[in-house]
Design a protein around this ligand. Structure first.
Ligand SMILES: CC(C)(COP(=O)(O)OP(=O)(O)OC[C@H]1O[C@@H](n2cnc3c(N)ncnc32)[C@H](O)[C@@H]1OP(=O)(O)O)[C@@H](O)C(=O)NCCC(=O)NCCS
Length: 295
């Protein structure tokens, strides 16, 4: 009889943890490894060396068994396997693997990326439980969160702005822009993040036009280039609309260049209606559209 149980982190004495197992994702798929002398699949992981920090065991095993080069590791829980009255403990980790190198010379013959757990497993009585646990953890972790931006987010936000403006002097301009909206109280800055990484930001200004109460304007909205068309922009806009409603705003405007087709499509999908076209008489740039939405 064999049973697998889970325990919260730090509830089992550290020196009882003998293994580290890492369910790792690369390019959206799960990494499984095959031992040179077996035909079945395993989750990367292995024995903790004497005196080794369990986090170090996890990174070492991940590098040795998969060739992972750039990655981050997040602890999920402790697990125990009870076999014939003997219980052994290990720590389960999740890892995002950014890049993989050649497989180091080890007992692993092959690594493969799977959408889900493969059928042919070395430990079919254990691995499905570990997989299920980490998959659930990852689903919860991968959900986006929206929160107010603060000054410690400025570097991430500046990076997003640099890509958006593509100006001659992006470093300086993005710095000035961020300074401006973090020091002016009529601006409200929110960020959207996944796995604690900022994927986009939005800035809304309350009462931008003199004499017009209950009006707001989106002054910035940007989603990381690799995360576009995943619904993040819509979620941020809906969140900021609700925040505005709760603060007595009745109408929101947004200005966008007539050449920014993707933004125009986006705002139309959010129910913003064309209100005006601002002509650029200088002929140095392009006209802008003003779009608006009653809340
Ligand atoms: C505009 C922007 C914020 C949209 O964010 P996003 O997270 O990619 O948008 P979403 O995934 O929520 O898109 C929602 C809908 O908008 C429309 N849309 C978004 N991008 C589009 C594009 N490039 N072309 C056509 N339609 C688009 C689609 O209908 C989309 O739904 P679908 O993907 O199911 O078809 C993002 O593209 C961006 O950061 N652009 C650069 C900066 C910018 O132009 N900001 C706005 C200035 S006013």
């Amino acid at each position: 009889m064999l049973t697998v149980n889970f325990h919260d982190l730090n509830t089992i004495e550290d020196d009882k943890l003998k293994f580290a197992v890492i369910m790792a994702k690369h390019e959206g798929k799960w990494i499984f490894v095959r031992h040179k002398e077996r035909l079945t699949w395993e989750i990367p992981g292995g024995h903790r060396e004497k005196g080794e920090d369990i986090y170090l065991t996890a990174s070492r095993e991940l590098m040795e068994e998969t060739g992972a080069k750039e990655f981050r590791i997040i602890p999920v829980c402790v697990y125990s396997v009870t076999r014939d009255e003997t219980k052994s403990f290990g720590q389960l980790f999740y890892s995002d693997v950014e890049s993989l190198d050649e497989l180091p010379n080890s007992e692993i013959g092959e690594i493969r990326l799977f959408n889900t757990i493969p059928e042919s497993l070395t430990y079919p009585l254990i691995q499905p439980y570990l997989f299920e646990k980490v998959e659930k953890f990852h689903r919860e972790l991968a959900m986006e969160t929206i929160r107010p931006g603060n000054i410690s987010d400025r570097i991430d936000i500046e990076e997003l702005i640099k890509v958006m403006i593509g100006d001659e002097n992006p470093n300086e301009i993005s710095k000035l822009v961020v300074d401006d909206f973090f020091t002016n109280s009529s601006y409200h800055v929110y960020v959207i993040e996944i796995l604690n990484v900022i994927k986009g930001f939005g800035v809304i200004k309350f009462n931008p036009f003199e004499g017009g109460n209950g009006i707001a304007e989106f002054v910035w909205l940007g989603i990381d280039k690799d995360s576009k068309r995943a619904g993040l922009g819509s979620k941020l806009v809906q969140y900021l609309e609700q925040f505005s409603r709760e603060n007595g705003i009745r109408k929101i405007y947004v200005k966008t260049s007539v050449t920014n087709k993707s933004a125009i499509c986006f705002w139309i999908m959010q129910d913003y209606k064309f209100e005006a076209r601002m002509l650029d008489f200088s002929l140095k740039s392009y006209d802008d559209y003003y779009l608006g939405k009653e809340l």
